[in-house]
Ligand binder design. Structure first.
Ligand SMILES: C[S@@+](CC[C@H](N)C(=O)[O-])C[C@H]1O[C@@H](n2cnc3c(N)ncnc32)[C@H](O)[C@@H]1O
Length: 183
């Protein structure tokens, strides 16, 4: 049984996928766990990176990094530098196996190119949303269920206070593939 940290996850989607396979898995976010699970640290993940994890899946915020938000970059250099520093801290964490997930972002030009770019439609969801993975000691994810739909659902969501949450929630099919292939 591995000890697994899901960094920057409020939804519990990836935590539940790994727990279903019997692993001692914990999520961590500044927000509480949406599902109320006890296996969740509500804190800055930086403070628990040294706690002896075998595997970390990290979903750091993309607000100041995503290329889709490039028109807002001007005047945000300080926030952007801090966001990149956070990504570096996660990638350099003392954990044997790491996957870090983000959309198409300036991580590629400022830190390094991703090891893989995946799409929800490769994992059973009829949607497009290019998702980059930076991997340490992990194989690339193999698509599990390629489906026909190619809708960009997240762009069509109406404005609401929780829109960012719905847009950033990990797809169940991708979480299941991670748990199946990286356990
Ligand atoms: C892009 S969202 C990822 C959501 C995730 N895919 C899920 O399904 O819950 C980024 C998350 O990182 C959290 N976060 C930001 N800074 C953090 C920190 N220093 N430590 C822990 N979580 C952090 C935010 O609260 C937010 O929920």
């Amino acid at each position: 049984m591995a000890r697994i940290l899901v960094a920057c996850e409020y939804s519990g989607v990836v935590r539940r996928a790994f727990r279903a396979r019997g692993h001692d898995t914990w999520s961590c976010d500044l927000l509480p766990a949406e599902d109320g699970a006890e296996q969740h640290y509500q804190c800055d993940v930086s403070s628990i990176l040294n706690n002896g994890w075998d595997l970390m899946i990290a979903h750091p915020p993309c607000t100041h990094l995503a290329v889709s938000g490039a028109r807002w970059f001007k005047g945000k250099q300080i926030e952007q530098a801090a966001a990149l520093e956070f990504v570096r801290r996660l990638l350099d964490a003392p954990v044997e196996r790491i996957a870090l997930e983000n959309p198409i972002s300036i991580i590629s030009s400022r830190i390094r190119k991703p090891d893989q770019v995946i799409q929800p439609w490769q994992f059973g969801h009829g949607e497009t949303k290019a998702t980059c993975l930076w991997l340490k000691n992990l194989p690339k994810l193999t698509p599990t269920n390629i489906v026909e739909g190619r809708e960009a659902r997240v762009h069509k969501m109406p404005p609401s206070p929780d829109r960012w949450k719905e847009r950033s929630r990990t797809y169940e099919g991708i979480a299941a593939a991670m748990a199946e292939q990286w356990s």
